[in-house]
Design a protein around this ligand. Structure first.
Ligand code: FAD
Ligand code: NAD
Length: 156
């Protein structure tokens, strides 16, 4: 099967956009990810799928904790920054929440301790035990068919 066709089909499943953040030896790291989902309510568990070649893969193995920053519609720049799509490195401000570095102006944040991990093909699924959540009144940044988009409410 052609990789481009596969990605086009997977990209037709619209998602929000997150930046995963963590800290290793006092250095803050971030990575854009849309392979994120809620897994369990009791206990509260989430999952992120991270490519084996991504640096974040090793960072989470070392730190054993991470935050999921759910981006708001005014955070296109942050998504591009943390996916390596911006040429020049932008200065990003982090604040601390539950002992983890998080971005400012996000729609929501979930802090996690590493619960378990599963190597699946060329990715690892990291399961996070949720230690804290917060949410603001903002619209989400969306990603669909390889493009960033905004939410539009439909009515009959
Ligand atoms: P790096 O390449 O080190 O970091 C990524 C970028 O973030 C670099 O440009 C770096 O300069 C910048 N950065 C890191 N830390 C900081 C900091 N403290 N301050 C400022 N800048 C910093 N990949 C997956 O594995 N799973 C996914 O679910 C996934 N979803 C994606 C969704 C979208 C919409 C996009 C665009 C990409 C997605 N990717 C995903 C790809 C992933 O974001 C990139 O491959 C990314 O470059 C991998 O980062 P890395 O961990 O190797 O770290
Ligand atoms: P794209 O058309 O490559 O992505 C569309 C969809 O395909 C994604 O939402 C994801 O579901 C799937 N996909 C893409 N690359 C994948 C990978 N390596 N492993 C598993 N699933 C993957 O969108 P784009 O604008 O070209 O993406 C920009 C970059 O971000 C590309 O390099 C892409 O590989 C990467 N990306 C990776 C993942 C991931 O690893 N899960 C997800 C999204 C984007």
């Amino acid at each position: 099967m052609d990789d481009r066709l596969y990605r086009n089909v997977m990209g037709s499943f619209a998602t929000g956009v997150t930046v995963i953040t963590t800290k290793v030896a006092d250095v803050v790291h971030g990575m854009t990810a849309n392979a994120f989902m809620s897994v369990s309510l009791n206990p509260k568990l989430i999952a992120v799928s991270i490519g084996a070649n991504a640096k974040m893969h090793q960072h989470i193995k070392y730190s054993k904790k991470f935050a999921i920053n759910i981006l708001s519609s005014n955070q296109l720049k942050e998504s591009k920054q943390f996916s390596g799509q911006l040429q020049s490195e932008t200065e990003i401000t982090f604040v601390t929440y539950n002992g983890l570095p998080i971005l400012e102006d996000t729609l929501a944040v979930i802090t996690c301790e590493l619960h378990s991990e599963y190597v699946v093909g060329d990715h690892t699924i990291f399961i996070g035990q949720v230690t804290g959540v917060k949410i603001e009144q903002k619209d989400p940044l969306l990603f669909s068919q390889g493009k960033y988009r905004e939410l539009k409410e439909l009515q009959i």
